[in-house]
Design a protein. Structure first.
Length: 260
């Protein structure tokens, strides 16, 4: 039985000149990515017009249920094995999530390529790290916003524990397993898109006032973990309990409280 979930994330970001903001569009609207964005993606942006860089994973935040590979470019959620990451105050010790190390501001755009279920998130660094409360879950508090996608495409967006479904017209047609995020701090907007070939399909825009630096983040879903009603062997049950108890011990030790 395959019990791991692999999410390959293509992390790169470009800092846009506010004068070159892209068209946000209404929900479901399809438009071609501008030549300027294409140039930034290929590293051919005009000097002084953009500052592009590759986003990197902050390994001190990665939950122990997540495995890093390919020079920290690929993240896999496998409930069978707890990773022996060192204790750190920034590490998420309950939810299978992590942040990027790049603090962003101004006008930024980045794309994510995924396989499986993933929550693509924008967060303030003040988000909680220890325990399973809403304060620590991307999209479940005032400090984070996210887009949930699976192999079927985008499904919904979350902020402050409120879910908004994405219309079928926005998420249907050919699925590319690629999404984009555009944050315009001066305008107070955060937009999510589905990327299909050379087009951006607008999914949702949040209107807010950005008060501090934000960080890209991800929750990696474990959809292929054994469901509750599935008949498991004794060996599988023992293995699952071992991982569960090990995670509980690590969480208890780092927080000084009972996490599970």
């Amino acid at each position: 039985m395959n019990i791991s979930l692999e999410v390959v994330i293509v992390l790169w970001q470009m800092q846009l000149d506010p004068g070159s903001r892209t068209h946000r569009g209404s929900e479901g609207e399809v438009f071609t990515r501008t030549k300027y964005i294409q140039q930034c993606m290929n590293g051919d942006a005009e000097p002084g017009r953009a500052d592009s860089c590759q986003l990197t994973i902050d390994t001190n935040t990665v939950n122990t249920k997540l495995q890093l590979s390919d020079n920290n470019r690929k993240v896999t959620h496998d409930w069978k094995e707890v990773q022996s990451y060192p204790d750190h105050t920034d590490r998420f010790d309950y939810w299978p999530e992590f942040l990027c190390s790049n603090g962003l501001t101004g006008c930024c755009y980045w794309e994510v390529e995924y396989k499986g279920g993933v929550y693509i998130s924008v967060n303030y660094s003040r988000i909680g790290r220890k325990g399973g409360s809403d304060d620590c879950v991307f999209g479940s508090n005032k400090l984070s916003w996210n887009l949930y996608c699976s192999n079927d495409g985008p499904h919904s967006v979350w902020h402050n524990n409120r879910e908004t479904s994405i219309s079928s017209s926005s998420s249907s047609s050919s699925v590319s397993n690629r999404a984009a995020v555009y944050v315009d701090c001066p305008a107070g907007t955060l937009s999510f898109y589905r990327v299909s070939s050379d087009t951006l399909i607008h999914l949702h825009t949040f209107n807010t006032t950005f008060t501090e630096t934000f960080y890209p983040g991800f929750i990696i879903e474990c959809k292929e973990c054994p469901p509750v009603r599935e008949t498991l062997t004794v060996e599988q049950i023992v293995q699952f309990l071992h991982v569960y108890l090990t995670s509980a011990d690590l969480c208890d030790a780092s927080t000084g409280t009972t996490c599970y």
